[in-house]
Ligand binder design. Structure first.
Ligand SMILES: [Zn+2]
Length: 155
């Protein structure tokens, strides 16, 4: 990188490197100065969450789960701690995410929508436009109509 024979290019490379470092430093300062959100839970709830005797519950329907459960028996939501690491079970977790994009609830954020597009492109390949159509129809659906549909509430 610093083997430029032209001294102007060498100075330009140093200036660009300085700008990149300054930008990185501003990013660090911006993250460190970000406002801290207050903890929504009280101390009793936090202690209960840390207690190993507290049964695990489904994050979608709050049904207590038996130890070693992979999916909620009530709503079918993935609740296992290693669902996304096991190749066979991972398929069902991914399916749950894709279903939430087309029939469930998710936050209407452009970054989340972009994530659905990219992940579905990698998974469905040339059939991804079919999924995108269903995703966009769900995205355009009013919030009240989406809440009435069954499905996990994720993202
Ligand atoms: Zn559940």
């Amino acid at each position: 990188m610093f083997a430029a024979s032209n001294p102007d290019l060498f100075v330009a490379q140093i200036a660009i490197g300085g700008l990149v470092l300054a930008g990185f430093w501003r990013l660090i300062v911006w993250v460190r100065n970000a406002p801290v959100r207050p903890d929504p839970w009280d101390a009793g709830f936090e202690q209960k969450m840390q207690d190993p005797d507290t049964p695990e519950t489904c994050h979608h329907c709050s049904t207590p789960q038996p130890p070693g459960a992979w999916f909620c028996e009530h709503c079918g939501c993935a609740v296992g701690p290693y669902n996304n690491l096991m190749p066979y079970v991972q398929v069902f977790s991914e399916g749950e995410v894709f279903r939430s994009g087309t029939s469930g609830q998710f936050r209407k954020r452009p970054l989340i929508l972009l994530g659905f597009f990219l992940i579905s492109l990698g998974t469905f390949s040339f059939l991804a436009p079919v999924y995108w159509l269903s995703l966009l129809l769900n995205f355009a659906r009013p919030e009240a109509a989406r809440k009435s549909l069954p499905g996990p509430d994720i993202l």
